[in-house]
Design a protein around this ligand. Sequence first.
Ligand SMILES: Cc1cc2nc3c(=O)[nH]c(=O)nc-3n(C[C@H](O)[C@H](O)[C@H](O)COP(=O)(O)OP(=O)(O)OC[C@H]3O[C@@H](n4cnc5c(N)ncnc54)[C@H](O)[C@@H]3O)c2cc1C
Length: 480
Amino acid sequence: MTSPVDTIDGTSIIDELREIVGEASASSAKHVRYAYSYDMSFVLPKLPDFVVMPTTVEQIQAIMRLANREKIPVVPYTAGTNIGGLCIPERGGILMDLKRMNRIIEIDDEAHYAVIEPGVTHAMLAEALQVFDLRFGWPVGPPSASVASCAISHGIGGLNARYGLNSQEITSMEVVLPTGELVRVGSCAINGEAWHSLLPLPQLDGLFKGWLGSSGVITKLGIGVHPTPPLLKVFTVSCADVHDMYSYMLNLSKYEICDDLTAVSWWLSQVPIPSPYRPKPDGAPEFFSFANTTSWTEKEREAKEEIWQMVVDEEQAKGTSLKVTEYPEEALRARTELPSQIVGSTKNYCKEGGAGISWPGTFTPAKKWAPVYTDWKRILIDHNLSPAVRMSMYRGVHYGMLRAMIPFSKETPEAIENARHAIVECLKVDLEHGGIPYKPPVDFAIEINKRVHPGYLDLLKRVKHLLDPNDIMNPGKLGI
Ligand SMILES: Cc1cc2nc3c(=O)[nH]c(=O)nc-3n(C[C@H](O)[C@H](O)[C@H](O)COP(=O)(O)OP(=O)(O)OC[C@H]3O[C@@H](n4cnc5c(N)ncnc54)[C@H](O)[C@@H]3O)c2cc1C
């Protein structure tokens, strides 16, 4: 068996990597590798053996061929902000940092799609789209993170109530397979100039979405972008009880007037989130909600306001705790003016926490939000962590994002283990209620696989083996 340092023909891996990407773009220096060994999550650090920063598709292909020949793991990386340890190299190997591949190749302002490289950040694309009055569903995360990584990881953004997940915006893909071949899926597979649609072809894009970088390296992505209506109106309410908030959101969501329909617990509405846990002040609402609506004309805006008012009246007639209230100002700007430097800077998340943030991030049927929240709150408070929970409706359906963003201290192994334990306990509760975690850390993948249908697991393994026969792409992340 060869060491990861030397190839089978005796040359060193680092020399071969430097030959591919250039002297300055490959390193095995410990201080460079260290920077990629950890993230903000509870996942324990592990060092990669090499860091490479390719700038072309051909370089990525050459790296994959080398890695395959030598059976060295490869971990794709753009900004490492996924807060689930997804870029921490479980088995060492090559950390492939793609942030230098950051060209916006095309913005088709007529057909409404953009073609981007994996290193294009939310901030870069937002600036470029603004010129055309176009928009995308920016997450409430760091503006410096990658649009493509968020989309292929089923990330969610500020247009999720209108257009769905960011992965549902993908229109075409170019991918380097783990074995080094280049493939295209969607319209660009038929005509290299056409990046507008995945359909009506067989949806092979599914081979690369939700796989946590374990099935190929995305090198180009087509994504749908949308016109920006000029009038933004944000409706804000609060409730003393999670059930009342659920009832309001269910009622409002059926009219499909919102770009984003979200509720956050008192703890998540604070800037920064209290950490460790602090009780909310007496009389403060348990949940705040913001419903972002956009309109083309004053009349459209008024019609939306009429619908919203009708929902509020209906809910209040039920004797609910729902009140029309102001949402805390800085937190509201942070969630409605995206990409956000307020929440996205992590100021909101770990300023008090001591460097750690992790989450149970899930897609959960809306009718289960209240029971899951109630259990999460108990578990998190028992662990001295804030129940900073968010609930968001998706496009036209009554399930959505239920997640807790949990700042925690990384000062001691005990504090990290405390957070890990609490978060995995929360995840188990959600799984019991039919929720599904997204961007799951390995601890979650293990819990999923304990419960999953054997046929699904078998199929997953077979597809993984077909694409990645030597199990070199981000190995271990799927928990299989
Ligand atoms: C405070 C905070 C708030 C956040 N809020 C949100 C939110 O509202 N919505 C949301 O969706 N996310 C959110 N996130 C998570 C994260 O910021 C986003 O999903 C982000 O866009 C991920 O981009 P990244 O560049 O950091 O990806 P990385 O962490 O670098 O990578 C994510 C995954 O994609 C894989 N990958 C990366 N590039 C490629 C490639 N080219 N080919 C194949 N696989 C690849 C990696 O291996 C990894 O598995 C938040 C994070 C923080 C810290």
